[in-house]
Design a protein around this ligand. Structure first.
Ligand code: ADP
Length: 457
């Protein structure tokens, strides 16, 4: 597969979206000389930014709806990860003999470099960026046998297809791979040379149905690794997670494969002290990144220095402000109960939690127990507010007050009323944002704006 393949082909981009590579795919196809049509259920207003970036290219749009004819006539359909493989329009292209592919599949088919891929339920972005940061520092300071280290994938820093021509075979690519992208890679049975799973907990059950189906998709990152090449593939598992520990055993004796496992307990003191991110979950992310780094020949002094310089990512337990003796933290990226529990357990001060959002059909039972135990109050917003309230109340009597709010601004105001000197207000919703916001970034902005406009006394 190369750029030439796309010349003069009718390429349909399904889902321009705000994430997920629709824009990258459209640019790539247009530059490769394809006749490009972009179709999206969202309207022009919602997609304005992406459309503006495509303005120099001759691209057709079908927005606010999908039209069967477009799918029937596509030579190539590049599908956004948010579209399930059994989508009825995707089936039309397949049936008509068109090629159905995705940004991630195309990248794997065209990238000449060795790929490190990271997936998991939680901690993917932190682990991926930390891994790339450590490898990049080592690459600059002492060399690691690769010319450049690239960071991209679900983390969204790089338009993968647009830059694939700049990637050389002696470079290294570090990718965050979402479950939806893994599902797409499974279509071509592709997986990274070095694969790591951070952990496994129920997520995206609205799309995958059962936890078993979800796990099955995740296992693809190991199952489709190409053993039998000159260098063994490397598979890295979380030793603290029951399912991935079982996978470690399952794959351990596979010829052409090296299996490694990581645990937060194994992080040496020297690195632990240098690390600035709070909580055990982040220590697990560090352990994961260090295990990848251990596959390269890097001096420990170089690693410790780079760990110290790592500041973490925005919207993951990020300090926002201190108002009237209360500290406010933005953990908008916590879109699963496990992430929110990690944040609640990682902060020791008395906490008021702002939670709730889009309903992904995940159980809040465990989160309810954790909130009742670790929070002095919870202010609930969004679709899942009643479910989370029920989960907290069903634990039995606790000191945790339950309140509701209709907007983020109101949630911040209610939290400010409840908070006392020395408290922490943590916006860690345990849910996706789509019921009230465009995405988690917009949710964070609403939170930060509301916090910044609180009266000070
Ligand atoms: P992902 O990319 O998988 O969504 P991130 O690294 O962006 O994960 O972190 C999202 C949120 O999940 C953070 O706000 C943090 O509170 C929580 N988190 C981070 N690492 C872990 C982990 N290893 N286990 C559980 N929760 C985590």
């Amino acid at each position: 597969m190369d750029r030439m393949f796309f010349q003069d082909k009718r390429v349909v981009i399904m889902g321009l979206g705000r994430f997920g590579g629709g824009l990258d795919s459209a640019l790539f196809a247009a530059k490769a000389g394809a006749r490009v049509l972009v179709t999206d259920l969202a309207g022009r207003n919602d997609l304005e930014d992406a459309i503006c970036e495509l303005k120099d290219y001759d691209i057709e749009y079908r927005l606010g709806e999908h039209c069967e004819d477009n799918f029937h006539n596509a030579d190539v359909l590049i599908v956004n990860p948010a579209v399930p493989p059994d989508n009825k329009f995707v089936k039309i292209t397949r049936k008509a003999g068109g090629l159905v592919t995705s940004q991630m599949e195309l990248f794997f088919q065209m990238c000449p470099a060795r790929i490190v891929g990271i997936t998991g339920a939680n901690g993917k972005s932190t682990t991926t960026s930390l891994t790339a940061h450590l490898l990049k520092s080592a690459c600059a300071q002492q060399g690691i046998g690769y010319k450049n280290v690239w960071l991209g994938g679900n983390i969204g820093y790089l338009p993968l297809l647009d830059i694939v021509d700049q990637i050389r075979d002696d470079d290294l690519v570090v990718l965050e791979i979402s479950n939806f992208q893994l599902e797409q890679l499974a279509q071509i049975q592709a997986a990274p040379d070095i694969a790591l799973i951070t952990n496994l907990t129920a997520n995206h059950l609205d799309r995958h149905g059962t936890f078993e189906c979800y796990c099955c998709v995740k296992e693809g990152i190991f199952k489709y690794q190409k053993t039998g090449e000159t260098a063994p593939v490397i598979s890295i598992f979380n030793a603290e997670d029951d399912i991935t520990r079982a996978w470690y055993q399952k794959y351990l004796n596979d010829p052409g494969r090296k299996c490694l496992a990581f645990s937060a307990d194994d992080v040496p003191d020297e690195y632990r002290q240098a690390f600035r991110l709070p909580g055990r979950a982040n220590l697990s992310n560090l352990a994961a990144a260090l295990t990848i780094v251990s596959c390269f020949d890097i001096e420990s002094g170089c690693i410790a220095g780079a760990i110290e310089a790592f500041e973490g990512l925005p919207h993951r337990c990020q300090f926002v402000a201190e108002t009237n003796g209360v500290c406010w933290y933005d953990d908008s990226k916590a879109t699963t109960p496990v992430s929110t529990m990690a944040a609640l357990n990682g902060i020791d001060e008395p906490k008021i939690l702002i939670a709730g959002g889009y309903d992904k059909q995940i159980s809040f039972a465990e989160l309810g127990v954790c909130i009742a135990k670790r929070a002095k109050a919870v202010v609930l917003i969004g679709q899942t507010a009643p479910k989370i309230a029920e989960a907290v109340k069903s634990v039995g009597p606790s000191d945790c007050a339950v309140r509701y709010a209709d907007s983020m601004e109101q949630a911040v105001a209610v939290s400010a009323e409840l908070a006392e000197l020395g408290d922490v207000v943590l916006m860690s919703p345990a849910c996706a944002s789509y019921d009230m916001f465009k995405n988690y970034t917009q949710r964070a902005e609403a939170f930060v704006d509301a916090v910044k406009s609180l009266p000070r006394h």
